[in-house]
Write a protein that binds this ligand. Structure first.
Ligand code: DGY
Length: 319
């Protein structure tokens, strides 16, 4: 039987590409640039399957122009806000993602953001690097202690729970908001709040772990930043759409928010140029899941989904 044709839109891990080339008639975008709408539309006529990343946008308009050949979009990501799922489903195209395998890597990065923001990582690094470090004083670079502090988590899905587990290691008093309360054995001792507003009132540290949906767009706006205890630290390793960036900047300037740790932005790549002048914003370029182990696992999970689909089974991560 001839191999199914597969387009891989970005340069995935070597192990993933080797496995894909063994089992599929594969074309890889070695230029490693985000696939354009035109490329996606053309690919739908030439390939049975696409493995995209969150950098390729399957809008309703793009999907409407797809040919009937394409049968499955096996995302190399857990987030699928780049995919118009109803439009893809209406065309009979299966969609999968890669949950679980990136939870620890992303939670680990959220911990880095929280610690870095709380302990002046940006200013500290700059001062040592530039040779400006010429004195020490007890009042120098005094940050906010994470250990034993109160943490609020919005979104207790896989990554939120992995983050809570790591925060336990810092003896944090953990609170969370989620659409539904978790069974006690999954909550890592965190206290449930039935509404976001009540959670914000206790969140000396706040970490966002929910998907970007119409309901969560600008979840953190002026009104909600105002509900945090003064001097809170805000961490976003989920999606830029969750934070109204102008509101965050106002909250940082006023001291309502002491510092922020951000791995994602409303505009990516690039981020928000207005953030660059502020040492109390610790920023990383959307690298939450970027460890070798996790990249291999994401690639293999996407391929597992494809293999199941073409074997006539239901892929484990069918959305
Ligand atoms: C994800 O998997 O959603 C990460 O943001 C990387 O794409």
């Amino acid at each position: 039987m001839s191999k199914k044709r597969l387009w891989i839109t970005r340069r995935l891990s070597d192990a993933t590409l080797e496995r894909a080339a063994r089992d599929y008639d594969v074309v890889i975008n070695h230029e490693d640039l985000p696939g354009t709408a035109e490329q996606l539309i053309a690919a739908s006529a030439e390939f049975d399957a696409i493995i995209p990343c969150h950098s390729e946008h399957f809008s309703a308009d793009v999907v409407a122009q797809f040919s009937d050949r394409l049968k499955i979009v096996a995302n190399h990501s857990v987030g699928v806000d780049h995919c118009n799922l109803p439009a893809l489903k209406d065309r009979g195209i299966a969609v999968t993602n890669t949950p679980d395998v990136l939870s620890d890597a992303t939670a680990e990065l959220a911990m880095l953001l929280m610690l870095g923001a709380a302990r002046n990582a940006v200013a500290g690094d700059r001062i040592v690097r530039s040779g400006e470090w010429d004195s020490w004083s007890p009042a120098f670079m005094v940050g906010k202690q994470v250990t034993g502090s109160r943490l609020g988590i919005i979104g207790m899905g896989r990554v939120g729970r992995a983050f809570a587990a790591k925060a336990r290691g810092f003896d944090m008093d953990i609170h969370y908001y989620n659409r539904t309360e978790l069974p006690a054995d999954q909550a890592h001792g965190a206290i449930y709040h039935t509404d976001v507003e009540s959670l914000l009132g206790v969140a000396d540290f706040l970490s966002l772990h929910c998907p970007a949906t119409p309901e969560t767009t600008n979840l953190m706006d002026n009104d909600r930043f105002a509900l945090l205890p003064r001097g809170a630290v805000v961490v976003n390793s989920a999606r830029g759409a969750l934070v109204d960036e102008a509101a965050l900047l106002d909250a940082l300037k006023s001291g309502q928010v002491a510092a922020a740790g951000l791995d994602c932005f409303q505009v990516e790549p690039g981020g928000n140029p207005a953030f660059a002048a502020h040492d109390n914003i610790f920023m990383l370029p959307h690298i939450g899941s970027a460890t070798r182990k996790t990249r291999d696992a994401m690639g293999f999970r996407a391929l597992d989904n494809l293999d199941a689909f073409f074997a006539g089974q239901t892929p484990g991560d069918l959305l």
